[in-house]
Design a protein around this ligand. Structure first.
Ligand code: ADP
Ligand code: MG
Length: 254
């Protein structure tokens, strides 16, 4: 299922912030491919550069050095319309704090991006129901966010992110406000979406227990990728269907 041309190719990207005359090297010289149909997780302690990297991959921020190539085109050559198209149609975003509109029902929250993009009403209602079904929330569709649990709210946010059928979902600490059961189930949903809908997902987390659900894990430290595991690396020939489990580092991650 993994095609040879990556969805995103990041080539030696760095992002340096200037803060009161001091340079902060948030991301340092990362080269990375995001292929189609894979679930990638970035793990690392707070301040290791996960959010900065995600923003660079999404074109929400520009690298100070290097380039990000999206479907073969350098993001730095995108004009404003290309950027709007990228963010509206090709990427879906999921955040730690869900970002739902409190006065709208689950259904209306999911439908909103389709409305904004001018999708006709029949198609809009078909797609809204379809994605609410995918995240298992059809029966909660009339509820407003405050009537839903954290896990359910995050499912609504995921349904909203996939309603436009993006090729890639970027999720920054999507389980940061969830208990471990809900966190497991959100990562399980990502795993399912990658397998069944063929999209790619890049998610950050600092929760070690979620990593065995990703196809590929990159551990970040000080703006760099310190180590990488893929599912294939850890397949035990005696037991090829066992899920891999990246080693837990000795220092604690927060
Ligand atoms: P993480 O998401 O892994 O917690 P971040 O990408 O948010 O890490 O931050 C990486 C580093 O860059 C941190 O040292 C952080 O303080 C710094 N940083 C992030 N955003 C900014 C900014 N807008 N200005 C200055 N420094 C920043
Ligand atoms: Mg972060």
């Amino acid at each position: 299922m993994v095609s040879t041309e990556p969805l995103i190719h990041a080539e030696h990207i760095s992002r340096t912030y200037e803060l009161a005359g001091e340079k902060v090297h948030a991301v340092r010289d990362i080269t990375l491919d995001v292929h189609r149909g894979v679930f990638i997780a970035f793990v690392g302690r707070s301040g290791s550069g996960k959010t900065t990297l995600l923003n660079l991959l999404a074109g929400l921020d520009s690298p100070t050095e290097g380039s990000v190539i999206f479907e073969g085109r350098d993001l730095s050559t995108f004009n404003e319309n290309d950027m709007v198209d990228l963010r509206r149609h090709r990427l879906g975003f999921v955040f730690q704090s869900f970002g739902l509109l409190p006065l709208l029902s689950a259904y209306e929250n999911v439908e909103l991006p389709l409305r904004i993009s001018g999708v006709a009403s029949g198609e809009r209602s078909r797609r809204t129901k379809e994605v609410l079904e995918i995240v298992g929330l059809m029966r909660r569709s009339k509820h407003r966010p405050y009537e839903l649990s954290g896990g359910e709210q995050q499912r609504v946010a995921i349904a909203r992110a996939i309603a436009m059928k993006p090729s890639l979902i970027l999720a920054d600490e999507p389980t940061g406000e969830l208990d471990s059961t809900n966190a497991q189930s959100i990562f399980g949903l990502f795993q399912e979406m990658v397998r069944e809908e063929g999209m790619s997902i890049v998610a950050t987390t600092h929760d070690q227990t979620l990593l065995d659900m990703a196809d590929e894990v990159h551990r970040m430290h000080d703006g760099q990728i310190e180590s990488t595991w893929t599912l294939a690396d850890d397949v035990d020939p005696e037991n090829p269907h066992a899920r891999f489990m990246p080693p837990v580092p000795t220092e604690s991650t927060t």
